[in-house]
Design a protein around this ligand. Structure first.
Ligand code: ADP
Ligand code: MG
Length: 481
């Protein structure tokens, strides 16, 4: 078998390439559905696993369909050096809920790196003992999504800067000017994707491995509170402070959570002082994160701040093309164009629509056409078709706050009418494509600066006052449905 596979590989890549990269590859063993092959150095291992890993797996599977994974490791026929796990496999197992590995025979570095099991998934995947790894997963470790890699990220004008910054940090963490890296942008534009990509990249490095802890701000808070409850805040602090790279996703969650913010602030300062890299994401820029402590906002803005802008039509097309190709499904360009026109809000929805099309096509064995698209996605498309008018908004909001509809355009300034009016302006801005002056005109010929002020006032209030925010959210949802 092995000889045949090698033969095929040699025939495919040619003698020179084979001799340069693959000749020293040895079969280390088989364990159930997993094959392990060895290469003598890390460099060779990396090279082979990125260039030939997929091909090798495919060849093995062709020989023996029962084989599910091919592990490429560093070693000389020694069966299982734990440190040399192939990136592909690390990804797979981290994503797959992470059963403890059978092969954690040796710790690569004498083992003090892990602390008490609190470090991120990538690290655990790379070097922990099985039990530690399980522990790490159960607690802090948010699993990294195996699809969220740099390779899987489609770059275009709206995200190229953020992408470049992320790449840079993945290559050289803690470079001056890039610490902290602050990524921000609206929902579904790729913040989490880029963060995972950085984490994958760093944990896949075999030379100079670093420990990465990735978690959502929510998880951070949850862990912090759990630590307080179990009187283990010291351990909690220690564990966070022992990582090389700390990544906190969706930091806006900490708004109004003062104690957690405080804790994060100290951790942040400590790590930066130690020359450790911090990566943070949020839905707004540091200066716009009202409700976050001023000193924290200041520090967050100190490194590199990168904005993920809303997608353009071109980017949406490229993303769809990439995802369709990845799924191995032929989707007519007309359909891609249609989707990119219709679903403009965020990439997640775009992807969801495409996935549904693909699933449908696979299930029924029918090609994807514009017609099937309409059929299969009609609920999604309908939601995106719906255009709320300013009049509808005014009516709904007036009803909700029990004021007269005419007060939407009246000159009255009493808080009881002025606030609902501001909410209506805010919603008009959010839910329609009208410009500020247009909106102003509909509200009794008010100036566009009045609308602007209303929008920022409502935004601010929503951040400060949860009940108010819920109210506005509710109105929004009512208007959208
Ligand atoms: P955010 O964290 O900003 O809300 P995510 O990173 O979760 O958004 O992205 C939402 C979905 O869209 C994910 O499945 C992600 O892979 C995908 N996505 C977003 N931007 C891109 C991109 N530029 N290329 C490929 N996929 C993307
Ligand atoms: Mg996210």
């Amino acid at each position: 078998q092995w000889a045949r596979i090698r033969g095929r590989l040699q025939a495919e890549v040619g003698d020179v390439e084979y001799r340069t990269w693959l000749r020293q590859m040895t079969l280390a063993g088989q364990d159930g559905d997993e094959i392990t092959v060895n290469l003598p150095t890390r460099f060779l291992r990396d090279w082979v696993s990125t260039r030939y890993g997929d091909r090798l797996s495919a060849l093995w599977q062709a020989e023996n369909p029962a084989i599910r994974r091919v592990d490429i490791r560093v070693g000389n026929a020694a069966p299982h050096p734990a440190a040399a796990e192939s990136p592909a496999v690390a990804r797979e197992s981290a994503a797959r809920d992470d059963m403890p590995r059978r092969d954690g025979l040796a710790r690569p570095d004498g083992g003090s790196q892990i602390g008490s099991g609190q470090i991120g998934p990538g690290v655990a995947a790379q070097s922990a003992w099985p039990d530690e790894r399980a522990e790490a997963r159960s607690d802090l470790a948010a699993p990294l999504d195996p699809r969220f890699t740099f390779e899987g990220f489609v770059v275009g004008k709206p995200n190229e800067f953020a992408y470049a910054c992320a790449r840079r940090v993945a290559e050289r963490p803690s470079s001056p000017g890039f610490n902290p890296l602050f990524l921000y942008g609206g929902v579904g534009l790729g913040k989490t994707h880029l963060m995972h990509a950085i984490a994958w990249e760093l944990t896949d490095r075999t030379s100079n491995p670093v420990s990465v802890a990735y978690m959502s701000a929510e998880k951070f808070m949850y862990r912090f509170i759990a630590a307080i409850r179990s009187q283990s805040t010291m351990e909690f602090k220690e564990s966070l402070r022992s990582v090389d790279v700390l990544m906190i996703d969706d930091l806006q969650f900490l708004i109004g959570k003062d104690n957690t913010q405080e804790e994060f602030f100290h951790t942040f300062n400590y790590l930066v002082e130690q020359g450790k890299q911090i990566v943070v994401s949020a839905d707004k820029s540091p200066s716009d994160l009202n409700g976050l402590e001023h000193r924290l906002r200041t520090r967050l803005g100190c490194g590199m701040v990168a904005d993920l802008h809303s997608t353009t039509y071109e980017l949406r097309i490229s993303i769809l093309e990439a995802k369709a190709a990845r799924a191995g499904v032929e989707v007519p360009i007309k359909v891609l164009e249609f989707l990119a026109h219709k679903i403009t809000s965020n990439v997640r929805e775009l992807e969801g629509a495409l996935n549904r099309l693909v699933a449908h096509a696979n299930l029924f064995g029918r090609p994807i056409t514009l017609e099937t698209t309409h059929e299969v996605l009609h609920d999604i498309l309908k939601a995106h078709d719906r255009r709320v008018t300013i009049e509808e908004i005014q009516k709904k909001v007036a009803e909700h706050y029990s004021i007269r509809l005419t007060d939407m355009s009246s000159a009255r300034r009493a808080r009881a009418v002025a606030r609902p009016r501001q909410v209506a302006m805010f919603l008009a801005k959010q839910l329609t494509s009208r410009s500020l002056p247009e909106i102003g005109r509909k509200f009794g010929n008010r100036d566009h600066t009045t609308v602007m002020h209303a929008v920022s006032r409502v935004t601010e209030l929503m951040e400060r006052d949860g009940t108010f925010a819920e109210d506005v959210e509710l109105l929004r949802r009512l208007l959208e449905s």
